[in-house]
Design a protein around this ligand. Structure first.
Ligand code: UD1
Ligand code: LIP
Length: 402
């Protein structure tokens, strides 16, 4: 078994991360494909042609390739509009690629799952699915209801041969939602190998800071964080040089030269703290590694989260994490050991937890070491990709059953 097809329609693995609609899924697809490539597989990745600067086909690793299809609309398409592109994507994909040549089709997010659901009517293949985010979790966390998506997520998960849940919490949610009795396997997400190498001696910022990385969206808790930071400044004795650094967003939303946001709601949220809160714009892995490594704590204040890659990456860099007690973050951060859990959207608790990391202590140094140790053991792609390989290879056992 050597040929795998990944479908990741709104998650191009080779576009810069941190901006609109480009985050954890893109990163997961890239690193898992690279690892599988290293294990001898060839992985073809189908994605929507969201960046006009990118070529139609691009090499990834030694044997693998990214195939970009316009689906009738080249350039950025919001994932909420992407459903209507699926029939054209289906046509382009089946005209260009020989679907019957793949041993495994691994889909990412429900939109890609819809494509495989339809492909199954014409072709035979072993189907593996990763959700990356779940409509029911989003509904619980934000109140936002996506009925069509829920309908398809159920079909996809009941139809796929194997579903990867990235945390025990996600597995539990899937099992309640789908009544699927078997074939939901927990395989965590890894962090880029860059985060597992020894830190470089880079003294990037000569002041203490808290750190956030990710999409600048309400559901990621960015506004809770800004309010929590403001609360901490009011309530605690915080030295003048302590700052909050924020990575993510795109050049259209961030004035990167002046470290400030262009969007009105964010400008409003930092009023009076402009000298304390710095927006850095999107950062790459090497830059993030230094940023995580030097932070007092990384904050992940999400309203829902299947896994939470930023929390795993920060811990890999020896940085404790303050994370909301939601979804996969319940498993990814060990409260009191590698960081602290706080309730969702609780400004008071968030500011208290931030204040806890203000002064260095032997206890906090131990937390930093434990965070690193935990991440090295749990979020290592080279071990995780072997678990995925085992799931793919179950295909043979499955076929030989009487
Ligand atoms: C709401 C939800 O369920 N989200 C899930 C979604 O990803 P989601 O897009 O929400 O992403 P995460 O927050 O997990 O990860 C963001 C990624 O973007 C990178 N980044 C961020 C800012 C920046 O400037 N540069 C940069 O490279 C981070 O290093 C990280 O690797 O799929 C991920 C992978 O399955 C899961 O971990 C998330 O739980
Ligand atoms: O949680 P949700 O809003 O459905 O969708 C999320 C997207 O906004 C994000 O761009 C993607 O990388 C995640 O995998 C997830 O799909």
């Amino acid at each position: 078994m050597r040929k795998i097809l990944f479908i990741s329609d709104h998650g191009d693995p080779l576009i810069p991360l941190g901006s609109k609609q480009a985050g954890g899924q893109n990163n997961y697809v890239k690193h898992l494909a690279l690892q599988l490539d290293g294990l001898g597989y060839s992985v073809d990745i189908v994605t929507h042609w969201s960046s006009e600067q990118k070529p139609a086909v691009e090499q990834l690793g030694e044997r693998s390739k990214v195939y970009r299809f316009a689906g009738g609309q080249k350039g950025f398409v919001d994932k909420r509009q992407m459903f209507t592109l699926l029939p054209r994507l289906y046509e382009e994909m089946t005209e260009t690629l020989d679907i019957s040549s793949y041993d495994v089709v691994h889909t990412h997010y429900w939109l890609s799952g819809v494509l495989a659901y339809n492909l199954q009517k014409e072709y035979s293949f072993y189907w593996c699915h990763t959700n990356h985010s779940l409509a029911i979790a989003k509904e619980q966390g934000t109140g936002f209801i996506e009925s069509k998506r829920k309908h398809f997520e159920k079909l996809i998960m009941e139809q796929a041969d194997v579903v990867i849940a990235t945390t025990p919490n996600e597995k539990q949610q899937i099992e309640v939602f789908t009544k699927k009795k078997s074939a939901v396997s927990v395989v965590p997400v890894g962090v880029s190998p860059v985060y597992l190498t020894s830190p470089e001696e880079v003294d990037q910022f000569a002041f203490p800071y808290y750190f956030y990385a990710g999409r600048l969206e309400t559901s990621k808790g960015i506004f809770d964080l800004l309010e929590g930071f403001r609360h901490m400044l009011k309530k605690y004795d915080v030295p003048d040089n302590v700052k909050l650094l924020i990575a993510g967003g795109c050049p259209e939303s961030i004035d990167i030269k002046n470290y400030c946001p262009k969007s009105e709601p964010l400008k409003e949220a930092i009023k009076g703290m402009e000298d304390r809160v710095l927006f850095l714009g999107p950062k790459n892995e090497k830059q993030l590694k230094n940023l995580y490594g030097g932070a007092l704590a990384t904050i992940m204040p999400s309203h829902y989260e299947s896994f939470g890659m930023v929390a795993a990456e920060a811990q890999a860099c020896g940085c404790p994490v303050i994370a909301t007690h939601v979804g996969g973050l319940k498993d990814v951060v060990k409260s009191g050991v590698t960081g602290l859990h706080i309730p969702k959207a609780n400004v008071q608790k968030l500011s208290e937890s931030m204040a806890y990391f203000l002064k260095s202590s032997p206890k906090l140094l131990k937390m930093r070491r434990d965070a690193k140790q935990y991440a090295m053991e749990e979020f290592n792609w080279s071990l995780i990709s072997r678990k995925v390989k085992e799931l793919y290879e179950r295909k043979n056992a499955y076929i030989s059953l009487p």
